[in-house]
Design a protein around this ligand. Structure first.
Ligand code: TIU
Length: 221
């Protein structure tokens, strides 16, 4: 069984045949100007910067032939799966469902809702569309993991303290052994990313482990 011996707070073992990589929301809506993230008032450049690292992680994972799952945060075109509290939250002039430069904000099928081209899902890879921050809420993810016998999950994606951390906490409570790939995730707020990484691995990996893309790569070599 591969071991990431440099994982924090202590070595992480993962059975190859039961481990999936879950890449959270690497969508234009969060990473490119003109999408949902920018509409919330964020500078998206920090997120754009991790695309090469995430691409490297995906390449290593695919080369190893391991299960790769991509998520997208989005809503149906009629917004029936978007609670009013989410729709009306904040003071942005551009809200979920409004037309923006990349199509309707955070709506399924719109150009802005797709993955950034460098990180597109390949045929055969599972794509989970999710209406919430967590990847388990109102999705088939847990059934899909059960069907594949998955027990261990590596996480990357954006943003660290919002959709990634929420998904990792959901997974942890469901009994999955979780690890965050810390340079394959990013936040609009560096201090929030740093705090999320620390709180995940604190208290003896209370939510899970952390490691870098190089450390994951070395474990698979
Ligand atoms: N705003 C923010 O930081 N994140 C989100 O709204 N969604 C995700 O994290 N994907």
């Amino acid at each position: 069984m591969p071991t990431i011996s440099a994982a924090r707070p202590y070595p992480y073992n993962f059975p190859l045949e039961r481990t999936a990589l879950v890449m959270i929301d690497m969508q234009r809506d969060f990473i490119e100007p003109g999408g949902f993230g920018a509409a919330l008032g964020n500078d998206v450049s920090r997120l754009t910067a991790i695309i090469p690292t995430v691409a490297r992680l995906l390449a290593v994972w695919r080369k190893a032939g391991l299960p790769l799952i991509h998520t997208r945060e989005n809503h149906r075109p009629d917004l029936s799966d978007c609670p009013p509290a989410k729709l009306t939250r904040g003071n942005s002039s551009l809200r979920i469902g409004d037309p923006g430069p990349m199509g309707r904000i955070l709506v399924q099928g719109e150009p802005g809702n797709d993955f950034v081209p460098e990180l597109a899902a390949l045929p055969g890879e599972l794509v989970i569309d999710k209406p919430g921050k967590g990847a388990f809420y109102a999705t088939t993810l847990q059934d899909e993991l059960k069907a594949r016998g998955i027990t261990h999950l590596l996480f990357g994606g954006v943003t660290t303290e919002v959709c990634v951390q929420t998904s990792m906490r959901e997974a942890n409570d469901r009994g999955y052994e979780c690890l965050l790939v810390e340079d394959a995730t990013e936040s609009y707020f560096p201090e929030f990313k740093a705090a999320a990484v620390e709180m995940i691995r604190a208290q003896g990996a209370i939510v899970g482990w952390t490691a870098t893309t190089d450390q994951v790569t070395a474990a698979l070599a």
